[in-house]
Design a protein around this ligand. Structure first.
Ligand code: 2IT
Length: 445
């Protein structure tokens, strides 16, 4: 297998799908050696089968706004691979959504879900619908219209969607309500549900908590801790919120958050009151962060820029794909960054990752570091299947164990001769072997 040949072939079949090709390229580079050492993979054309989704459903979503105007959006579900369990992955509602982005996310999800140790295949879906500024009723009508198509191909043992950017507890509620009505059943479909109708404790915080546990393992590997560390974070959604809470608990200081309007630099660091304020701001359905600097005058608002110019020990991008590029990485390194982990999916460009590796900065890729979210989704499915609820402590303990085991898998497959851990390689190889071996066992299907 030669990654460039496969990519060239995919490029001619799927021209312009740049995020998807980027995600595939990264995995192929990591697994090239072990793939070529195992002729069984080639004989079964594992790569050729793995890079194409099992199927893609695209559909039109028509809905009516509060003024009676009709809107048309595109809806998608990419069912990528179910070799190790039912398709599993979130639904992204964001104007940037297109097939390339959902294919990259679905592809990443295969390996991420494999790393969690739980039986989940990979999928992703969503729409180019923009939830920003929409009323509650408009969100409900959109979610209902979306589910009117999606319900046909999902189910608790078939495909279990969840949240992602733009899809939180409220949207999952509306989607669930319509699914339940259409199917005439109340089952563990969708994760991220409300606590009193099948949801799991810790699911909202799980991505951020898990990423912080993962970073803590990276620190431990270097005989280091969060204590006294300055941490820069982008975004201020569910994911950044969980990171902030846990990092503060572990003794670190979060000095930045960001939105599409720019970023906030708060040298004193976020605390619980400030996080509470951010949650209120976000609940207003407006994703700008500038009001924070008015509420807390010691903080500065820097418009139209990203937080990577602020000196820090640890950077944890938590917003969206490709939000940290090669120049950002160079700046972070020049300012003394020591550790980086993606909490967003594919938050760093290949150029940024190359800079970190060149400078021997431990870098945790999203499919390992942010797997805590989908891991607790898996735990939600288990609780639904058993028809019981675990306590906070039980879920948190399981999440902790899972994040540690993902870190161990990265060490196992990513440690280089000089002892430096290439977490990208480690995560890709560990995830790939599990899925590829399952595909070998199950024949050509
Ligand atoms: O990117 C992700 O892992 C998610 N959006 C969570 C997926 C899930 O099924 O919980």
């Amino acid at each position: 297998m030669n990654p460039n040949d496969i990519i060239n072939n995919l490029e001619s079949k799927h021209p312009g799908e740049k995020e998807y090709l980027q995600a595939v390229h990264e995995v192929l580079e990591s697994i090239e050696t072990i793939y070529n050492e195992n002729p069984m993979y080639k004989a079964a054309q594992i790569i050729e089968r793995l890079v194409e989704p099992d199927r893609i459903l695209t559909f039109r979503v028509s809905w009516v706004d509060d003024l009676g105007k009709v809107h048309v959006n595109l809806g998608y579900r990419v069912q990528f691979n179910n070799a190790i369990g039912p398709y599993k992955g979130g639904l992204r509602l964001h104007p940037s959504v297109n097939l390339s982005i959902l294919k990259f996310l679905g592809f990443e999800q295969i390996f991420k879900n494999a790393l969690t140790t739980l039986p989940m295949g990979g999928a992703k879906g969503g729409s180019d619908f923009n939830p920003k500024g929409k009323s509650d009723n408009e969100i409900m009508r959109f979610c209902q219209a979306f589910m009117l198509e999606l319900w046909r191909i999902i189910g608790p043992n078939t495909d279990v969607p969840a949240g992602d950017i733009g899809t939180g507890g409220r949207e999952i509620g509306y989607l669930y309500g319509m699914y339940k009505k259409l199917k005439m059943e109340n089952t563990g479909i969708l994760t991220g549900k409300g606590l009193n109708w099948g949801g799991s404790l810790i699911r909202p915080e799980a991505t951020g908590f898990g990423a912080t546990y993962f970073m803590n393992e990276m620190l431990k590997k270097n005989n280091d801790t969060f204590k006294g560390k300055t941490v820069t974070v982008s975004g201020f959604g569910n994911v950044a919120w969980g990171v902030a809470l846990k990092v503060i608990e572990m003794g670190g200081k979060i000095v930045t958050i960001s939105g599409p309007d720019g970023y906030i630099y708060d040298e004193a660091g976020l605390d619980e009151d400030k996080i509470e304020y951010l949650l209120e701001l976000r609940a207003s359905n407006n994703d700008i962060v500038s009001p924070y600097a008015e509420e807390f005058p010691e903080a500065k608002f820097i418009p139209n820029k990203k937080p990577w110019e602020i000196p820090c020990d640890i950077a944890m991008p938590s917003a969206i794909q490709n939000e940290l590029n090669g120049d950002d990485a160079k700046l972070l390194i020049a300012n003394g960054v020591k550790y980086v982990a993606e909490v967003s999916n594919m938050g760093c460009t290949p150029e940024a990752i190359a800079e970190f590796h060149k400078n021997k900065i431990p870098f945790g890729p999203g499919k390992a570091a942010n797997a805590g979210g989908v891991a607790v989704s898996g735990l939600e499915m288990s609780q639904n299947a058993m028809k019981l609820n675990w306590s906070n402590e039980e879920v948190d303990e399981k999440l902790h164990v899972i994040m540690k085991s993902i870190h161990e898998a990265c060490i196992k497959y990513g440690t280089e001769d000089d002892g430096f851990v290439d977490y990208v390689k480690g995560a890709n190889i560990a995830g790939f072997i599990k899925v590829a071996d399952a595909m070998l066992d199950q024949g050509v299907v």
